[in-house]
Structure formats: C-alpha cells, structure tokens
Design a protein around this ligand. Sequence first.
Ligand SMILES: [Cu+2]
Length: 281
Amino acid sequence: MPDNSMADLMNGRVGDHVLVNGQKNPRLAVAMGAKRRLRLYNATNARFLRLAFANAAMTVIGSDGGLLEKPEATDEILISPAERVELVVAFDRPGTASLTTLDYDRGWMGPGRPKDAGLTLLTVDVSDTPAEGVPPLPGRLRPIAPLGAATVSRRLVFTETMAMNATGMEMGFLINGKAFDMERVDIVARAGETEFWEIVNQADMDHPFHVHGTQFQVIEHERDGKISKPPFLAWKDTVNVARGETVRLKLRQERQGPRMYHCHILEHEQLGMMGIVDVQA
Ligand SMILES: [Cu+2]
C-alpha cells in the first residue's frame, strides 16, 4: 500500500473503488414484486455515499441504532463514513434495477477530488415472473421515546489548522481548539443523565461525528441561519456535520468508564479530531 498522499491526509483516504460485500458491482436476481431488506453500512474510510435506487423504490426502516418508528419512503439517502441505514427495496418493474451514487460535495480540499457520481454499486436483475406472497410492510415498527429535558449542555467546535514544517504542510483537526490527548479527559459525564450536545463545524469540510457507548437523537441541524429538523426520530451514533453546519442532539450514557468521541474519518481522528468522555456514577 502506498503511503498517504497530502490529499489523503486532508480529506481522508478514499481509495479507487467502492465494493459491496467485497465485490465490485455484484449482481442479485429477484422476482418482480419482490422486496429485499438491505442493511447498508458505509464502511469506507472517507467516502460520502449519496445513493439512489434506479428502477426500484426505497423505504427507510432503520438507522444506526435500529428500527425507526415507522417506514419512511425516500428517493435518496446520504450515508457518511460509519453511518448505517436499513432499507426495504421493492422491485416492482422487470428489467434492471441498480444502486447508484449521486454527486455530493463534502468540501474536498486540494486536487484529486474523486468522481462521486454515477458509480453503480449493485445491480439487480428483476425477472418478469411475479413474486408470490410478499407481505406488506407493517405501519408501525417500534416506539422510540424522545429523550427528555437535558440537565447539561455542551458545545464541541470543529476546526482545521494548516502549518508548514520541515517536511511540508501539516494538517491539524481540532475539537474546541485542542488536538486529542490520550492522557486528558475532555468531558466528565454522569451515567443516566440526559445531555444536550451542540456540534459546531467551523471547518471547510464535512466531518462525520461518532460517539462511543450510546445512541443519540438528533434534534436539529442549522446551516446559514436555517434550522431543519430530521424527517423522523431515530437512534444514531454517527451524524454527518456538514461544513459550516451545527448539529444539536441529545444523548445519555448509561455505562461508566472513559470512551471516545471523534470524527470517523481515520486521518482526521489521527490528526487530532477526537476527545475522551469519562462517564461516572
Ligand atoms: Cu473529519
């Protein structure tokens, strides 16, 4: 494997191909009218996947933390590195259906921005023999109780730094002005307490924020003064914080002990964008 280039260090290493279960554009055969439950996990290091299904209908049924309250039909989904989404895809038209990528600008720095659009990740051959006994999706999947009032508010500000040193340009990715330190506890939290976290991305590129030990509920996104709410309540442990965006969420840690929160792009985390939360009794 060649060493990371400067573009890899800045953007996170993207690689040359997107594979599905280790294969390049694998094929699946289904009968017309069949439904398939697909659990998508963006296990790439640094590739943002904005996905559509040509010739098939997608319904989101789950997120990072399991089922939603009810199925939600959608035309496209964005999954940042480490995010998951669970779909039911209906193949109602004979012919070829394919999972493809759309363009997404995550604030690529420098030259060499990969072509994100027009990749075919999975091809499905839909026969003209109708499928039999396909059950409808249930209207309700499970209840999700909203996390109640928070007793603590925290603000995490993401920034980037660039400096010249003897060997060239050096990037830094910081949270509240600090690079990660294994010996430093950044946040002390109480087990069982609901907290409000505001993740402010003042950097020039998107950062998928991930926290260990629990699942959170995104309350809202704010960008250019415009506030938007997520289309549905969901449990998540990773959320993309777009450049210039603020994401507000609620979370509760139940298990005691120290653990990490970080940007899920490996190079960003290695270059500083990580902190330690210590959960105490
Ligand atoms: Cu990042």
